[in-house]
Design a protein around this ligand. Structure first.
Ligand code: URP
Ligand code: ZN
Ligand code: ZN
Length: 491
């Protein structure tokens, strides 16, 4: 009788902290042995000359998400999770998005119904809180956090989603009491609106003006303000999809002062620039996302932020809208930039892009690659050590990488339904060739081997990253402020 369900032989096993040539023994979906010359497996995979990495944890993607004005992303849970798996991921954490008036509970029920029958890899959801009315903050949100939805996103811009500063404080305070991690889309709404109005008045409406309206200053101001709101109530915060040097500096300063401020960036800020929005005709619409891609010097600053640890995670922010009337061009073939669906696809290329241009070109080492694409997301979002590492007792979530495989990006080879890739034509070296989720071979030899609905829902723990620092602002410290207890102290 075989000792294991699956043995991966002779690969180079890499985690965020270690590298070792060994076999991986898997039983009942978990890693049960790491070592040389392990006993027999019912199934065996020869990983000689391959890297064995933890499967990617894609923690920022929009899947089967309806926008506030009714537009649906091009991918559903089937196509998005297949695409994620082909890109070396074994877990996705998309968003369950509340719109004004929605019950959060009902929103989560809806997403469960969509995801459970379609996902091919494991999944959870962050919540999006856009309507923090008293019953949402008093009952629904705390109950959902306790049920394992331990992170949620809030927006400082987008008319239908944004919270004002007062609402931000209310949600941060709720997160603090429940130990949830708050993710913030930080752009100054009024600056964007003012610039947009000026541009539209001057008939400057081509896609490239999207990048001007979403100015760098709008991003750094909101990042600074979000951090100050977080400091006032001592609630940890993750600033998502950071695109500028200035916002990166705001996050770094807060971190250096000991505040629990985390940062996320995305491939579009490393590999695209605002010039892409100025491509011929309406082609620029394909690159409209918020914040927008910036310039070469911002790209360098973002790389530095990954290298020096300002950014804990690199996520795709996969927001797939087809380049037609059902997506990007919902308002007609020649819309002003104000009416172009925001977002770029990228769930399948996040890891290959970062591997090829980061590890392959010596910008980051392989451990940093694992850290920012898998381990840190699992830690931030309460999935570690079940996900995000290779260790005995962890889920057998693995991606086997051929570091010598060279391929040009062609949308025709991808598995999402956006209909285009912003990275078309890029030559990348290093691709995942076999992807394993809980011991199941999901992808190998360019084929999908599992059925839709075989991914598992992941309720998540609260994370150590979300625990308050205990450093109250002096004016809120009850020992100093006439004994008035406004915030309860952290443990
Ligand atoms: O433009 C973007 N990033 N669209 C997706 C929604 C978001 O704000 O992340
Ligand atoms: Zn956002
Ligand atoms: Zn997003």
């Amino acid at each position: 009788m075989a000792d294991f369900d699956l043995v991966i032989r002779q690969g180079t096993v890499v985690t965020a902290a270690s590298k070792m040539k060994c076999d991986v023994g898997i039983a009942d979906g978990q890693i049960v042995a790491l070592g040389r010359n392990l006993g027999e497996g019912r199934q065996e995979i020869d990983a000689t000359d391959l890297l064995v990495l933890p499967g990617g944890v894609e923690a920022h993607c929009h899947i089967e998400q309806r926008s506030a004005f009714g537009l649906m992303t091009a991918d559903d849970f089937e196509s998005a999770t297949i695409s994620a798996a082909f890109g070396g991921n074994t877990t996705v954490i998309p968003f369950a998005a509340q719109h004004k008036g929605d019950s959060l509970r009902e929103v989560v029920k809806d997403y469960h119904a969509r995801a459970s029958s379609k996902s091919v890899i494991d999944y959870g959801y962050h919540l999006i809180v856009s309507d923090p009315r008293p019953e949402v903050l008093g009952q629904e949100l705390p109950a959902l956090i306790r049920d394992g939805f331990t992170s949620f996103k809030v927006y400082m811009t987008y008319e239908m989603l944004r919270l004002d500063d007062r609402q931000m404080l209310d949600v941060l305070y709720t997160a603090r009491s429940e130990g949830a991690l708050v993710m913030v889309h930080a752009e100054n709404h009024e600056m964007i609106r003012w610039l947009t109005d000026k541009l539209v008045d001057a008939n400057r409406v081509e896609p490239k003006f999207h990048a001007i309206s979403h100015s760098r200053t709008a991003e750094s101001e909101a990042t600074h303000r979000a951090i100050m709101l977080s400091r006032l109530v001592d609630t940890p915060m993750l600033i998502v999809h950071v695109s500028t040097e200035e916002a990166t500096a705001e996050i770094r300063r807060a971190q250096s002062e000991g505040f629990k401020i985390y940062g996320e960036t995305c491939p579009q800020y490393l590999f695209l620039t605002a010039e892409d929005l100025d491509r011929h005709g309406m082609e620029g619409a394909k690159f409209c996302c918020s914040p927008p891609p910036r310039d070469a010097s911002a790209q360098e600053a973002i790389w530095r932020g990954i290298q020096n640890g300002t950014f804990q995670v690199v996520s795709s922010d996969h927001a797939p809208y087809s380049y037609d009337e059902h997506g990007k061009l919902y308002a007609g073939p020649n819309p002003p930039f104000t009416k172009i669906a925001n977002g770029v696809p990228g769930i399948e290329l996040r890891l290959p892009l970062l591997f090829s241009e980061g590890v392959g070109k010596g910008r980051i080492d392989i451990h940093k690659f694992v850290e920012v694409t898998s381990t840190n997301a699992a830690r931030l979002y309460g999935l570690f050590p079940r996900k995000g590492t290779i260790a005995i007792g962890a889920d057998a979530d693995l991606a086997l990488w051929d570091v010598n495989c060279e391929r040009e990006v062609r949308y025709a080879d991808l598995h999402d339904r956006a209909g285009y890739s912003p990275y078309e034509g890029k030559q990348l070296k290093g691709w995942p060739v076999t992807v394993i989720n809980r011991g199941r071979v999901v992808v190998s030899d360019g084929e999908l081997h599992v059925g839709k609905g075989s991914g598992q829902f992941l309720p998540r723990e609260t994370s150590e990253f979300a625990t308050p620092t205990g450093r109250l602002q002096p004016e809120l410290d009850p020992d100093r402020n006439f004994g008035v207890e406004i915030l309860s102290r952290a443990e």
